[in-house]
Write a protein that binds this ligand. Structure first.
Ligand code: IPE
Ligand code: IPE
Ligand code: MG
Length: 248
């Protein structure tokens, strides 16, 4: 059976040669990359930023519409303060160094996750970067920061409960679409392909709702070694999948 006939309206079928519209990546393995080289973990994170640069560029060239990158999870606060500071520093530097080039190359930046816990100046920097690139259309780069799928869904539940208690929505009308419209990813195309690097086979609280019908790909490559070639391999693998969405 043709995969296209099984997909719900508006959802790309996947199948031979199809480029996924929305790819998300759990960028894992920076620490192990550094450890293998007897380097401090931060060296792995630095090299990881180079992999981000290469992957973003390749995604644009391949015609992927949305690339969502898991940069800092709601659980990553459990790491030593020094490592968190290193990660925040690298994020600041990435935005500072790359924003002109992203803006020039038609990249629209968007943040998911709860960044209210970040330093005020970093929040302002991220908001300004999103505003400045808001009209770009070639590639949407979504960075997940202090993001957790459970936290995202809990925030939606809270918002709906408050609205129901206030009488602005009728609780019996709450359905999947109403939840989806309030997720951080609202209005983004459905997630087609979710990649995790470094050989771990878990979601670590990433895009739990959105992954419902995503194709999952776990690769052994450590994130700092990821780039254009690895992304092309992942897209080719996606092109061989047969998506059925519960149909035949
Ligand atoms: C991913 O690499 C980067 C972040 C989670 C921010 P890790 O730092 O998790 O690297 P490993 O898993 O220890 O190798
Ligand atoms: C997931 O990687 C989070 C990011 C890539 C930002 P982790 O390294 O934090 O995940 P666990 O702890 O191995 O599940
Ligand atoms: Mg890890």
């Amino acid at each position: 059976m043709n995969a296209a006939s099984a997909s719900p309206a508006g959802v790309p079928a996947g199948g031979a040669g199809v480029v996924p519209r929305h790819v998300a990546i759990i960028m894992d393995g920076n620490g192990r990359w550094a450890k293998k080289r007897h380097l401090p973990r931060v060296a792995g994170h630095r090299k990881g930023v180079e992999a981000v640069r290469a992957t973003v560029e390749a995604a644009g060239e391949m015609g992927i519409g949305v690339l969502t990158l898991y940069a800092f999870s709601s659980e990553n606060w459990r790491r030593p303060a020094a490592e968190i500071a290193d990660l925040m520093g690298l994020l600041r530097r990435y935005i500072r160094d790359e924003l002109d080039s992203l803006a020039r190359n038609g990249v629209k930046l968007r943040i998911i996750g709860d960044i209210t816990r970040f330093d005020r100046d970093l929040v302002t920097m991220l908001e300004d970067a999103c505003t400045r690139t808001a009209r770009n259309e070639r590639l949407t780069l979504v960075i997940a920061l202090n993001y957790g799928g459970q936290d995202e869904i809990a925030r939606v539940a809270r918002q709906l409960a408050v609205a129901a208690a206030g009488g602005t929505i009728d609780p019996v009308t709450i359905d999947a679409a109403m939840i989806e419209d309030r997720l951080d990813t609202a209005a983004l195309p459905p997630l087609d392909l979710l990649i995790r690097t470094s050989g771990e086979r878990r979601l670590s609280n990433f895009l739990l709702w959105q992954a419902a019908y995503a194709e999952l790909l776990f690769v052994d490559t450590l994130w700092p070694d990821f780039g254009a070639a690895a992304l092309a391999d992942a897209v080719a693998d996606f092109g061989r999948r047969n998506r059925r969405y519960g149909g035949l």
